[in-house]
Design a binder for this molecule. Structure first.
Ligand SMILES: *[C@@H]1O[C@H](CO)[C@@H](O)[C@H](O)[C@H]1NC(C)=O
Ligand SMILES: *[C@@H]1O[C@H](CO)[C@@H](O)[C@H](O)[C@H]1NC(C)=O
Length: 257
């Protein structure tokens, strides 16, 4: 029993790192062997490369990286407490790149599965489950699937509404995600993505409004408070509702605000 209790996410990351470290002795070796050795999620890229990304994506990639760094920092004491279980130093086994790999493994391939709260864990959501084999299924934005854990059959089921020819690859859909989200969460982008969108940074938007507007500060602060400076996009159908709202607020005359 760990005090303070660890999050289910950290527990799963720890499990992956420990089993990978066990090598031949791990009963999970066949599964661990087919997992990617490295990930292409923006959080794993070098800072120099992250710098080349479009601004809105760069911001999210940096936030993701900071989150993993924060998880690493706050987990160090827990990792040290595991020392009696390992011959090698836990500082060497549970290093930053190991945690980054484990976090990406969890983030890119776990399925959503609610578990009842367990005493040994903190109150953070316990919804991650790794599903060997199932996680080999690739994404297509153009198929429709229904997925979920079936309590009756005690198995995770995926139903597809899209036809698939014999010997053809069966594809599933990870969600109606645009390419930025796919890259951030899964490390790839989809061709011919009907959910494609172009992100507009708040700075770009503000360039087109007069710096002399006395209400500019107030407007930006309203947008910020309501989280309207993020996810401003153009899709195939034109500007998103969020983008239109931000534009509308920025265009208000003094007596309309
Ligand atoms: C980090 O941890 C991984 C996995 O435990 C190990 O393979 C790697 O050698 C470690 N790297 C360093 C620099 O200690
Ligand atoms: C922006 O979009 C991402 C991914 O779709 C979502 O997780 C996040 O909560 C959104 N942020 C805001 C402020 O709506």
């Amino acid at each position: 029993r760990w005090k303070p209790p660890v999050s289910p996410l950290l527990a799963l990351c720890t499990f992956l790192i420990a089993e990978k470290h066990a090598g031949e002795k791990s009963p999970w070796k066949p599964y661990l062997d087919v997992l990617p050795k490295t990930y292409t999620c923006p959080a794993c890229l070098e800072p120099d490369v992250i710098n080349l990304l479009p601004k809105p994506l760069k911001k999210k990639a940096q936030e993701q990286k900071v989150m993993i760094q924060e998880l690493f920092r706050s987990s160090k004491a827990f990792f040290s407490s595991l020392q009696p279980l390992f011959a090698e130093s836990t500082g060497t086994i549970f290093n930053f790149s190991a945690l980054e790999w484990a976090w990406c493994t969890v983030n890119t391939r776990t399925i959503y599965m609610k578990h009842p709260h367990r005493e040994c864990f903190s109150l953070e959501p316990d919804v991650y489950a790794l599903a060997p084999y199932l996680d080999l299924l690739n994404h297509s934005p153009n198929v429709q699937v229904k997925a979920g854990f079936n309590e009756q059959t005690r198995s995770y089921e995926i139903w597809t509404n899209s036809q698939c020819k014999k010997y053809q690859e069966v594809l599933i859909c990870y969600g109606p995600h645009d390419n930025q989200r796919l890259l951030l969460e899964y490390g790839f982008v989809a061709m011919d993505n009907p959910h494609s969108s172009v992100y507009v940074s708040a700075d770009t938007l503000l360039k087109y409004f007069s710096p002399l507007d006395k209400q500019r500060k107030a407007k930006v602060s309203i947008l910020k408070d309501h989280d309207f400076l993020e996810n401003l996009t153009f899709g195939w159908e034109g500007p998103s509702w969020r983008l239109l709202t931000a534009l509308k607020v920025l265009s208000l005359a003094a007596d309309e605000l």
